[in-house]
Structures are given as C-alpha cells and as structure tokens.
Design a protein around this ligand. Structure first.
Ligand code: FEO
Length: 172
C-alpha cells in the first residue's frame, strides 16, 4: 500500500527521470553531429542510466500496490551555443534532480512510509555520484576552454566511459 500523496510524488519523479533521459539523448545527438563521438558516447550512457532510474521507480510503485501514471515529457533543448553549455546544463540539472529526490524523501518521511524511505536511499547516494561526475566534467571542459587538442583529449577519455557500479544498477 502507498498513500495517494506519495504515489503522485513518485509519478512526478518518474517523469523527471524520463525527462533526464530525453535531455541527455538530445545532448548525445548534438555531440554526435559535432563528430565528438567520445563525448556523445558519455551522454548515450547517461541516457540509459536515466531510463534505469525511471524504471526502478516505475517497478517499485507497482510493487507497492500503486498506480503508474505517465505524464507528458517536455522537449529538451537541442541546440547549444558551445560545447561547454551541455556540461553546464548537465550539472545544473543533476543539482535540480538531487533537490527533487530530497523533496520526495521528505514526503516519504512525513508519510512515515519506511519502505519508500529505504528504497529512496539508493537514489540519494546515486545523486551524490551524478553531481560529482557532472562537476568534474564541467571543470575539465572549461579548463580546455571547450576547444582544440584539450577537447579532443577529453573526447578520447570519454570514449571509454563506463558508469561506476553501485550494485543497485545490477538489480535494476
Ligand atoms: Fe536520474 Fe541523473 O539523475
């Protein structure tokens, strides 16, 4: 069983995660078109991760006896003024998602639903990592001013990117 309030809040977060998937897919398409396939690869990986996040919430809500309600997904930005902009947006977006997860956790605490509280702890930890990754990449792309050999080196570095396994992904 799950309260209506928590059900609504989880459905909202499912939408946030699908929007994240869309946003990173749009960034991947941009870098792919710019022939920066290593950076594109990083964003394709992020896209898949966001789908995993959305589906974790989706399945959990059903397991809790709730109803999934899918909302419309907003269109993400598809043109960027420089290669730095997607990295800036990515960090800002992850900070926003962390706040959404915190708010969701606050609701679960208010509703005294320990099953949801326990489940959400994975997302709290995941967000720490998501923000750290986005922050590091923004630092690097700014360091090379988003151009030249430095950018190509970053592109090569990201071509081999694999997300760190936290253990929870394997179960998703
Ligand atoms: Fe699902 Fe990147 O937060």
């Amino acid at each position: 069983m799950i309260s209506k309030k928590l059900q609504e809040a989880i459905n909202k977060q499912i939408n946030n995660e699908f929007y994240s998937e869309y946003l990173y897919l749009s960034m991947a398409a941009y870098f792919d078109a710019e022939n920066l396939d290593g950076i594109a690869h990083f964003f394709y990986v992020q896209t898949k991760e966001e789908n995993v996040h959305a589906m974790k919430l989706f399945r959990f809500l059903i397991e809790k006896g709730g109803r999934v309600k899918l909302h419309a997904i907003d269109a993400p930005k598809s043109e960027f003024k420089s290669v730095i902009e997607p990295f800036e947006m990515s960090l800002k977006h992850e900070q926003h998602i962390s706040k959404c997860i915190d708010d969701l956790m606050d609701t679960a605490i208010k509703e005294n639903d320990h099953g949801v509280i326990s489940f959400l702890k994975w997302f709290v930890d995941e967000q720490v990592e998501e923000e750290a990754t986005a922050e590091k990449l923004l630092y690097k792309v700014k360091l090379v001013k988003g151009e030249g050999q430095g950018l190509l080196m970053l592109n090569n570095e990201l071509a081999g990117y694999t997300p760190k396994k936290t253990g929870a992904e394997e179960k998703a």
